[in-house]
Ligand binder design. Structure first.
Ligand SMILES: Nc1nc2c(ncn2[C@@H]2O[C@H](COP(=O)(O)OP(=O)(O)OP(=O)(O)O)[C@@H](O)[C@H]2O)c(=O)[nH]1
Ligand SMILES: [Mg+2]
Length: 433
């Protein structure tokens, strides 16, 4: 995989392709996002141009004439890399590299590169390497590996092909190995998740467009010290923290990888286990950068990814973050467009109380408050109740315990035989103000 590192400060020329169609992302938006990605990867953007095209040219994506234009523009800007806004096929990439005389990357390679720089945990690194190898396998020639060894042309069929086959085999074996390792990590995560699911803990997962302020929100609401940066994909590894609400409800809040529009499929597949945090959450907090010009479009992109990972139907609370950057009128307008959303700022803390209340409301929604009489002889049941439920009050009597506890609905059956009074749904004991 080609790497861009901050130290070399590659000079990148952006080739944005406007395919028209129903996509609401204008070329200007694409330039802004691609520049942001390139800079996050450590490159310096030295210029850009937009090519309109209905259908991609099979050889050069933008057509030979346009490609020659881009070549001279990129050369004039002294670019060392040309980055395309769309995914290129391996042969298009190779043809363009030959035409330009520079390295050619596409948006997927750029995102993979950023992910590679930001992965810290074992799981994160495995996931990125798997995605990189999957991306690299069909592109082996595109990077000129086997190509440069034999010089191409006549004779490449002999040892060159063998070398290529060998390289492919090595990568395939690596992919298998990484998949096996990841399956192991997956199982560990599953065990952790089961442990959490058996308790009374309500799992809330932060989702949102990259740079929306998910980690900042986690840091404000809990004592977490997650890295916050004005960079895309600062967070790749999920962090979970306990969130204590009103001193009563216990909730686990998990930070996770940010989304982007047209998130490459290989990445979604490779990050399956991280994204499982989202799939198995009880509720999602959708963090939105409300100060972003196109935040509503970013919200749609997030919903698209949620759909792709089968998490679109989860209970969700929309959080309009960065309201400190907006005037009151704009906040009002945004709230009117997103009924039920919460105006928030991870920076100055506005909306925090309301957000906590909303999370508490969601946590209480599927719970039932029961008063139980548990004899001392049923020590195990009492212990299990403490693990699964939230004790609201307890009193001892001569041969046992009278407890009022809040339980998640699926757990209530376990304690039915101890019920002394009618169970009442948790919603009846709504959070105190
Ligand atoms: N003004 C303002 N800036 C904020 C707020 N919340 C976050 N930021 C800034 O936005 C940038 C991104 O914040 P993060 O918390 O790293 O965002 P994230 O969603 O975790 O981003 P990724 O992990 O990269 O997807 C940082 O520069 C933060 O300081 C806010 O409420 N107001
Ligand atoms: Mg983050």
């Amino acid at each position: 995989m080609e790497q861009i590192t901050a130290t070399t400060a590659e000079k990148a020329y952006l080739a944005v392709v406007d395919l028209g169609g129903v996509d609401t992302w204008t070329p200007e938006d694409q330039i802004a996002e691609l520049s942001n990605l390139a800079e996050t990867a450590g490159a310096e953007v030295v210029g850009w141009s937009v090519q309109r095209r209905e259908r991609p040219d099979p050889r050069t994506f933008i057509g030979k004439g346009k490609a020659l234009d881009v070549a001279s523009l990129a050369r004039a800007a002294e670019a060392t890399t040309v980055i395309f806004s769309e995914e290129l096929s391996p042969s298009q990439q190779r043809n363009l590299e030959e035409l330009f005389g520079t390295k050619v990357l596409d948006r997927t390679a750029l995102i993979l590169d950023i992910f590679a720089q930001h992965a810290h945990t074992k799981e994160g690194k495995l996931q990125v390497e798997l995605a990189q190898n999957q991306y690299r396998l069909p592109r082996l020639r595109g990077f000129g590996l086997a190509w440069s060894r034999t010089g191409g042309g006549i004779g490449t069929r002999g040892p060159g092909e063998q070398q290529l086959e060998y390289d492919r085999r090595v990568i395939r074996r690596r992919i298998q190995m990484l998949s096996r390792e990841l399956a192991k990590v997956d199982r560990e995560r599953e065990t952790q998740r089961k442990r959490r699911a058996t308790g009374s803990v309500f799992n809330v997962c932060l989702v949102g467009y990259t740079n929306a302020g998910k980690s900042s929100l986690l840091n404000r609401l809990t004592a977490a010290e997650v890295l916050v940066e004005d960079k895309l994909f600062a967070t790749l590894d999920s962090t979970s923290r306990k969130l204590v609400l009103d001193g009563r409800e216990q909730v686990v809040l998990s930070d996770t990888v940010g989304f982007i529009h047209n998130l490459p499929h290989d990445l979604i597949a490779a990050f399956r286990s991280t994204l499982d945090e989202v799939r198995f959450a009880d509720c999602l907090l959708h963090v939105v950068d409300a100060s972003h010009e196109h935040y509503d479009r970013q919200m749609i992109a997030v919903l698209d990814v949620l759909g792709e990972i089968e998490a679109a139907d989860k209970p969700r609370i929309d959080v309009l973050n960065k309201c400190d950057l907006l005037d009151a009128q704009t906040v009002e307008t945004s709230l009117a467009r997103h009924p039920g959303a919460i105006a928030f700022s991870a920076l100055d803390g506005r909306g925090e109380k309301e957000l906590r209340r909303a999370v508490e409301g969601a946590a209480l929604k599927n719970t039932v408050t029961m008063t139980l009489r548990i004899p001392f002889a049923e020590g195990k049941a009492a212990q299990s109740l403490r693990e699964r439920g939230r004790i609201l009050s307890e009193e001892y009597y001569e041969d046992g315990l009278i407890v009022t506890a809040r339980l998640r609905e699926p757990d209530t059956g376990l304690f039915e035989r101890f019920v002394t009074r009618n169970a009442k749904p948790g919603a009846g004991s709504a959070p105190r103000d």
